[in-house]
Design a protein around this ligand. Structure first.
Ligand code: DGT
Ligand code: CA
Ligand code: CA
Ligand code: ZN
Length: 581
């Protein structure tokens, strides 16, 4: 059944497309209002009839009919009609930060821009200055945003790649002739963006498996089809490679196709130094002429563990295979780095309710957290400057605190904290008075606005928040959006040092759009001795599922349990909390 999120996304796309096509403002706004209305419904929109839909504020006769249509057909006919009138590449232009539908329309109709390349050309040539409100500063910003969009190009987010890979693995794994199947590549390494998906399978019937793979529902085009490798392009534009290997070579192949390439190179060097050869077929003794034949039998090939072991190494978690010192760290018998797991997380320390922009009540949020096996939930709605997120002013916050405290009686087995995600204003001051912050159990301080500050200004701003004695965690410290905007670029080493000195934790925001701090920052913070909090920034029930991306990113940063707040038991976490009170 279509979710409210999908219906809302369809309305949002209708709004954008009609605005691009120059539709009148009433029509555009009607679509936007319908999107908002559907998003905040507590029932499933597609289960309602036209009369019930029309009774909802923000939904009219025509948008109600579209919801019903979406429920029946999974789409809206008008979407297809509008899409057909617009160059496909204009989507890339719209994805450039700071370019809304109005500007995109002007670029298209007045300057002939149809994709990122033609957009770049009109900016470079200066022709863009002929549009209204295009001063030198704006044009400079656009130039930087285009460069950023180019670097993101063609890479999809882990939050999109993971569900796709899992469904492919599940579907192929259910086929009787498939002996083993797994995803490899950058996805298995937990990178925040993925170039293409790499799937590996062992089977007794290659032809039948390739047929099944190439005829899956979401395949748009078969790029290549062979008896060891096939590649397809999905309707959403993702390339998926399937490689078939013999079952007894599965481990060696999985290692090879997991990469990273640089990690593989290090392993091969190590093998050579020990008189062996490593490739996707296994680990081999080197022959007299330095060659190994396809038919030679490997020393080991079946499992990754065996291959690493023969090379004198412990098994290395895929998230750490980036040639960042892991071979040395995982020498057999040595003190290897810990690898934190999803099941180690016992608390959510950053969450929103309907009091600000969340979709759940206090009780629902606590119930969901408890169902995850957590012992603690910190409720941190937005502060007053976040007016677009319905941030709480002082009066509403005080009422909210009382409601949260009252919920404790209903959940005696949970530790429930009344907190705030207080805005770090552009000068580093906080959005509430110290007097009020001191009454909160838990304070996450986050930057939301002014995310294009000069690095030195950003550093001073964040340092001020880190040093604030009432702040427990600095939330999504850089404010970046993966493939969306670069965010702040402060002097990270200064932040780590201050966080360590003042006992303030830094957040790993798990949402796949944020992943902030990112892997290399986490590694830096860990080495500086900081504490980190892995949080989902929960707004809706499904956000708890984002945790795995945060955990993968934490692994990529070599975060040990001992430096992660969410791994503490309830008592220890509460004791840590009180040090700031
Ligand atoms: P991506 O797809 O750009 O996000 O990154 P990967 O790491 O998934 O790279 P991909 O899809 O090109 O190749 C998958 C793995 O196969 C890669 O991580 C390591 C291995 N591999 C591919 N090409 C080479 C190569 O030329 N040399 C070595 N040593 N390994 C390779
Ligand atoms: Ca790949
Ligand atoms: Ca590939
Ligand atoms: Zn938040």
């Amino acid at each position: 059944m279509a979710t409210n999120g999908e219906v809302a996304a369809a309305f949002e796309e209708l709004a954008v497309l009609s605005e691009l096509l120059g539709a009148n403002v009433f029509k555009v706004n009607a679509f936007r209002r319908a999107a908002r209305a559907v998003e905040s419904l507590s029932q499933q929109a597609v289960e309602l009839d036209v009369a019930a839909l029309k009774a909802i504020d923000g939904i009219g006769a025509s948008t109600a009919a579209k919801v019903v249509e979406f429920g029946a057909t999974g789409t809206m006919a008008e979407l297809g009609e509008l899409r057909a009138q617009i160059p496909a590449g204009l989507k890339e232009v719209l994805a450039v930060q700071g370019i809304g539908p109005k500007t995109a329309r002007a670029l298209w109709t007045e300057l002939g821009v149809v994709d990122l390349a033609s957009f770049k050309a009109v900016v470079e040539s200066g022709r863009i200055a002929s549009l209204p409100r295009m001063g030198p500063k704006t044009i400079q910003n656009i130039k930087e945003s285009i460069a950023f969009a180019e670097s993101a190009r063609g890479r999809i987010l882990i939050g999109e790649a993971m569900p796709l890979a899992e469904s492919i693995v599940k579907e192929l794994g259910a086929l009787p002739m498939v002996q083993r199947v797994a995803y490899a590549g950058s996805l298995r390494r937990g990178r925040e963006t993925i170039g293409d998906l790499d799937i590996l399978a062992a089977t007794t019937e290659v032809v039948a498996l390739m047929e099944a793979f190439c005829t899956r529902a979401e395949v748009a085009r078969v790029l290549a089809r062979g008896d060891t490798k096939s590649s397809v392009l999905t309707k959403s534009g993702v390339q998926v490679d399937l490689r078939v290997v013999p079952l007894d070579r599965f481990g060696a192949a999985l290692m090879y196709f997991t990469g990273s390439k640089d990690h593989n190179i290090r392993l091969r060097e190590r093998a050579i130094a020990q008189g062996m050869r490593l490739n996707e077929y296994g680990l081999f003794h080197e022959g007299p002429d330095g060659e190994i034949g396809d038919r030679a039998s490997p020393i080991v090939a079946q499992t990754e563990e065996e291959v690493y072991a023969k090379l004198g190494l412990e098994w290395i978690p895929p998230t750490m295979r980036e040639d960042r010192g892991e071979l040395l760290a995982f020498l057999k018998g040595g003190a290897r780095p810990e690898c934190l797991l999803l099941t180690d997380i016992k608390a959510e320390l950053h969450s929103h309710t309907t009091a600000s922009d969340g979709a759940m009540s206090i009780d629902e949020l606590v119930t969901r957290a408890r169902a995850r096996g957590f012992h603690t939930i910190a409720i941190t709605d937005h502060s007053k400057s976040q007016f677009q997120a319905n941030g709480l002013d002082e009066v509403r916050l005080r009422t909210h605190m009382l409601e949260i405290h009252a919920a404790r009686a209903r959940f005696p087995d949970m530790q429930i904290w009344a907190g705030s995600e207080v805005d770090i204003l552009s000068d580093g001051s906080l959005d509430y008075s110290d007097e009020l912050l001191a009454q909160l159990d838990w304070v996450v301080a986050s930057p939301h606005a002014a995310l294009k500050q000069e690095p030195s200004v950003a550093t001073a701003r964040l340092l001020r928040a880190i040093r604030h004695p009432l702040v427990h965690v600095v939330g999504h410290p850089t404010g970046r959006i993966v493939n969306g905007r670069p965010g702040l670029e402060p002097a990270m080493n200064e932040l780590y040092a201050a966080a360590k000195e003042h006992g303030t934790a830094l957040e790993i925001n798990s949402h796949h759009l944020r992943l902030d701090l990112r892997d290399i920052h986490i590694r830096g913070a860990v080495e500086a001795g900081c504490l980190l909090a892995i949080d989902c920034d929960v707004h809706g029930a499904e956000d708890f599922d984002e945790l795995r991306y945060g955990v993968l990113t934490a692994q990529r940063g070599w975060l040990p349990k001992s430096q992660c707040l969410n791994c503490l038991d309830a008592k220890a976490l509460d004791a840590w909390r009180k040090m700031k009170r």
